[in-house]
Design a protein around this ligand. Structure first.
Ligand code: C2E
Ligand code: MG
Ligand code: MG
Length: 608
């Protein structure tokens, strides 16, 4: 749309009488308008492109096309619709005038023409014309501005600001196109159909990225993400797309992966690209990623579904640990659905106080005396009855719910211990398990302090069981927490020893009191395997480090005797008792060693 011109307005006069034009020209001469004249309707229509009038003075009565017909045709032309038309007519009945208006005329002048009236009407129409043009040009400007902004916004939506990579919406769009063209090429295949689409999404998530942000700040974190993006871009093959999905997540759209070997080698290249450190802020950062891949034929061929499948596979890979890789299969969705249902159910269970604590005795091997109990959580499910912790602790670990449930167990255990102490067993201890997540909780020590104060339990009778993985996560932080706990006289046991890092070398660094030999070693004692050597070594080492030792999972008298012979101080296992609710535990006079030996000889099967 042209801007309103500053040139004098152009008028087109259409009249079959040239004299009439002369009259009009004379009357308007001082106004400075540019006047064009045509003598019939068809000529008026023909000259519109060249003349481009700002106003048309149109005679009504003309041979051939009359003024009404010309007016109607001009008003039907989109580009001329805004040009005002004044009908000039000798007719003056109301009917005639209303016909002019119906034909689209904007005004009319009666013949014979009066100069004052002509000048006034022309001026008024030109003013309207000018306003119309201004409005049109304003609208055009506005529209182009809106278009510009929309385009800028689209770029912002489609591009990730940090890495300049395509973002999620653009990836979805590209995936949709890839799926469509894969479909078309499949249809076009006349010979054997293609084995599959060859389109895949590979969803990557950096491992423990938040540690970088936490330790070095967001600027370094952002630079590292840019460096990762650059390195990943080098893995792009022609036609592939790499997008940033937000945070530390990236996604590849891959084409032509029709053969498993191709996917295999591409995947390998991804993991190899993370072998070298990333140089950021003068530091070398070693990063790893987990990756989930979804192939277009294994999911319904919708971009969102495919992305969801890659995401599910990626989360499954995460569960397998750092640097893992998983290809989507349908079973994963079922597992994910179960998993989500479990999460909701566990939250509800916490609200409904369905977590209860069972206790398993810990026995002094030499005397058979109960020295304490290990507190073990159970889920009193309304339909499934008693659910063991193995089925729900890993899920709670991930969601973080284990922190709250752990406090419930700690409270129940401390309250129960106080009851036992009041019942005349003042030295009895209770051991409470702490998961990695609890151990990392910043409020752990304060929570424990609060629990001890609320229950009035002697901290020296509380033992906390941690696993090697909890300590190795961040050894320095773990040592600091353990020091704080020990300064309160709380004791610390290293649980499941031998199953984790099993590095005896680091043991002396951790302020622990007790080692718990994992039951997998105890259960292999008489199988001729070398686990008895392992137990032997652990016991000898513990004595050098002045640590006490508890053997877990003792089920047979033979296992007990073997451990006694090695000098294992404390024992725990079904041989003595399974975990039970406190209500079923009666603290009796500690049996003598002779009593115990006699009872074991009488009952070679496992007592419950
Ligand atoms: P854990 O701390 O090593 O506990 C010992 C596990 O071995 C218990 O399983 C116990 O019932 C079982 N056990 C004891 N003696 C025998 C035996 O002679 N034979 C066999 N086959 N098993 C025996 P449970 O209660 O199912 O607990 C499993 C794990 O769940 C625990 O291993 C612990 O890591 C975790 N857990 C239990 N309660 C809690 C809790 O309150 N908080 C946290 N964070 N973890 C808990
Ligand atoms: Mg334990
Ligand atoms: Mg254990």
């Amino acid at each position: 749309m042209a801007l309103p011109s500053t040139a004098p307005p152009t008028l087109l006069v259409v009249d079959d009488e040239p004299d009439n034009f002369d009259v009009i020209e004379a009357m308007l001469s001082v106004q400075g308008y540019i006047l064009h004249y045509v003598s019939n309707g068809q000529a008026a229509l023909d000259c519109l492109n060249t003349v481009q009038p700002d106003l048309i003075l149109l005679d009504v009565m003309m041979p051939g096309l009359d003024g009404m017909a010309v007016c109607r045709q001009i008003k039907a032309l989109p580009q001329e619709r805004g040009v005002p038309i004044i009908m000039v007519t000798a007719l003056d009945s109301k009917q005639d005038l209303s016909r002019c208006l119906e034909a689209g005329a904007d005004d009319f002048l009666s013949k014979p023409i009066n100069r004052v009236e002509l000048v006034a009407r022309v001026r008024s129409m030109l003013r309207i014309r000018q306003q119309y043009q201004q409005l049109a040009s304003f609208n055009a400007e506005l529209e182009s501005l809106v278009q510009q902004r929309t385009a800028q916004l689209q770029v912002m939506i489609d591009t990730d600001a940090l890495t300049q990579l395509p973002s999620r919406p653009q990836l979805l769009q590209a995936t949709s196109m890839a799926l469509q063209s894969a479909d078309r090429s499949k249809e076009g295949a006349i010979t054997a159909p293609m084995p599959d689409h060859g389109v895949a999404l590979a969803h990557l998530d950096c491992d423990h990225f938040k540690l970088v942000n936490g330790a070095f700040g967001y600027d370094v974190g952002n630079d590292l993400l840019k460096a990762i993006a650059q390195r990943l871009q080098q893995l792009l093959r022609p036609g592939d797309v790499l997008a940033r999905m937000g945070g530390d997540e990236f996604c590849f759209l891959l084409h032509h992966l029709d053969h498993p070997a191709l996917l295999e080698s591409w995947t390998q290249a991804v993991f190899e690209s993370f072998a070298k450190p990333f140089r950021v802020a003068n530091c070398d950062f070693f990063m790893s990623v987990c990756m989930g891949v979804a192939l277009a034929d294994t999911a319904t061929a919708q971009p969102e579904t495919l992305l969801q499948a890659a995401d599910t596979a990626m989360h499954r890979a995460k569960q397998q640990g750092k640097g893992s890789y998983q290809v989507f299969d349908a079973q994963l969705t079922t597992a994910t659905r179960h998993r989500l249902a479990l999460e909701t159910d566990l939250q509800r269970a916490l609200e409904h106080q369905e977590f209860v604590t069972y206790y398993q005795p810990i026995i002094r091997s030499a005397t058979g005396q109960i020295v304490g109990f290990e507190a073990l959580v159970r889920w009193q499910h309304p339909e499934r009855h008693l659910v063991p912790p193995g089925e729900f602790i890993p899920c709670m670990e991930e969601t973080g719910l284990v922190v709250q449930v752990g406090l419930v167990v700690l409270r129940q255990a401390c309250e129960q211990l106080r009851i036992w102490h009041q019942q005349g067993a003042p030295d009895l201890t209770v051991s409470v398990n702490l998961s990695v997540r609890q151990f990392d909780s910043p409020t752990l020590v304060a929570d424990i302090d609060q629990m001890l104060a609320a229950t009035g339990v002697n901290p020296a009778c509380l033992k906390l069981e941690v696993t090697e993985s909890a300590l190795m996560n961040d050894a320095e932080a773990a040592i600091a927490v353990m020091e704080q706990l020990r300064s309160r006289q709380i004791q610390i046991s290293l649980d499941d020893f031998g199953t984790g890092y099993s590095s005896l070398a680091y043991l002396h660094r951790f302020p622990i009191d007790t080692l718990k030999i994992d039951r997998s070693f105890v259960q292999q004692i008489h199988t001729g395997n070398r686990s008895h050597q392992v137990i032997n070594t652990i016991i000898a080492l513990s004595s050098q480090l002045s640590l006490s030792v508890i053997a877990e999972g003792i089920e047979t008298p033979e296992q007990l005797q073997f451990l006694q012979a090695l000098g294992c101080e404390f024992c725990q296992g079904y041989l003595f008792d399974k975990p039970q609710p406190a209500s079923e535990i009666l603290l009796k006079r500690p049996p003598s060693r002779a009593d115990l030996a006699a009872s074991l000889l009488e009952a070679p099967t496992v007592p419950t």
